[in-house]
Design a protein around this ligand. Structure first.
Ligand code: UD1
Length: 331
């Protein structure tokens, strides 16, 4: 009997990346229970996995859930993720993303959970000194949101020292795209990210995308990011749990493709797939945007046996099809 024989508790499993991960875990034969407040998550996205509605800081609820379902491993997504909001309302991020995680982990530890996969972010590195970014790059968060991720990474590693908890912090680059069967995707109502907004601009006549600066020192003047398909990202969680269940050491892992794409490349790929232009206008740079960041994915391959399978074309294609189906009301 190893932790791989028990159930996986997925906090935030009704959210965008969480719901894709729930599906991948179940496809891999794992038993899953979702804990989600449904403040930003969608009940439909969980499909038919067991769902407990509540807060991660509710220790009684977490304990009861762990005991009822026989939880041995945790995947922790539940967190706020709006960088701008985190600078205006930092307490919301310290309370939920940091203090809430401590309550959650304490309850999980008491219930016998041994392994945690944590939803971290490449933003813990701030503006990287060199690209591609490796896991030993300096931790230099540039927002309250990013600091909340860096703090939880540290807290989890201290729980390794004090309580023997094993953890993998997955540092996502830019999650994007929708499921290949068209069932779940990223709602643009709750997102300020480039790809959902590019979809909005190509599909709605009354919306125009703002391009935040085209005078950067990059080939086409726009910022470069590593867009990673959400199903690839989900697969990284499945593999990280397997790694921990097989006795792997705690570590942080960059989860990206290793290839950077510019904002204009995303716009052009979207226009090509939709067969119509993406209405956009170049506006001022956005404060705090790193010029260029993309992952060195070697550590992910070496430790987890994971690498990305899908490229920007697949990301844009699946995102486009999903958004189109939402507009048609065919869901
Ligand atoms: C940011 C965070 C990241 C977080 C993610 C989740 C930073 C450095 N990164 O990623 O940690 O996990 O949000 O929300 O804070 N763009 C436009 N117009 C738009 C939107 C975006 O031109 O309307 C451009 C941005 O300038 C950027 C690229 O598109 O170059 C991607 O932006 P976005 O999707 O917002 O993600 P990040 O800022 O990279």
């Amino acid at each position: 009997m190893t932790s791989l024989d028990g159930t996986v508790l997925v906090t935030g499993g009704a959210g965008y990346i969480g719901s894709h991960t729930v599906r991948s875990l179940r496809a891999a034969g794992r038993d899953v229970v979702v804990l989600d407040s449904l403040e930003l998550g969608r009940r439909e996205a969980v499909i038919d996995a067991p769902l407990v509605v509540g807060n991660i800081a509710d220790q009684d609820l977490v304990t009861a859930t762990c005991n009822e379902y026989g939880v041995t491993q945790l995947v922790h997504f539940a967190a706020y993720k709006a960088v701008g909001e985190s600078m205006e309302n930092p307490a919301k991020y310290w309370r939920n993303n940091v203090a809430g995680t401590v309550e959650l982990v304490e309850a999980c530890l008491a219930a016998g959970v041994s392994d945690v996969v944590f939803s971290s972010s490449c933003s813990v590195n701030g503006t990287p000194e060199t690209v591609p970014v490796t896991e030993d790059a300096a931790i230099r968060p540039e927002s309250v949101y990013a600091e909340s991720k860096a703090m939880v990474e540290k807290i989890l590693s201290w729980y390794g020292v004090t309580n023997g908890l094993n953890s993998v912090s997955l540092r996502y680059f830019n999650a994007a795209g929708a499921s290949f069967d068209g069932r779940i995707g990223e709602d643009w109502t709750y997102s300020f990210n480039l790809i959902p907004l590019a979809m909005k601009a190509v599909l709605l006549d009354d919306y125009q995308l703002n391009v935040f600066g085209d005078d950067y020192a990059t080939p086409d003047g726009t910022c470069i990011r590593d867009y990673i398909h959400v199903e690839d990202l989900a697969d990284a969680h499945v593999k990280a749990l397997t790694y921990l269940g097989n006795g792997g050491e705690s570590t942080a892992v960059n989860v990206g493709t290793g290839t950077g794409s510019s904002v204009f490349e995303v716009i052009n790929a979207t226009a090509a797939i939709a067969g119509r232009p993406v209405r956009h206008e170049v506006v001022a740079r956005r404060a705090g945007d790193p010029v260029s960041t993309y992952a060195n994915p070697d550590h992910a391959l070496e430790t987890l046996g994971w690498s990305a399978k899908h490229d920007l074309g697949a990301i844009v294609q699946t995102a486009y099809e999903w958004h189109l189906s939402q507009l048609d009301g065919s869901r």
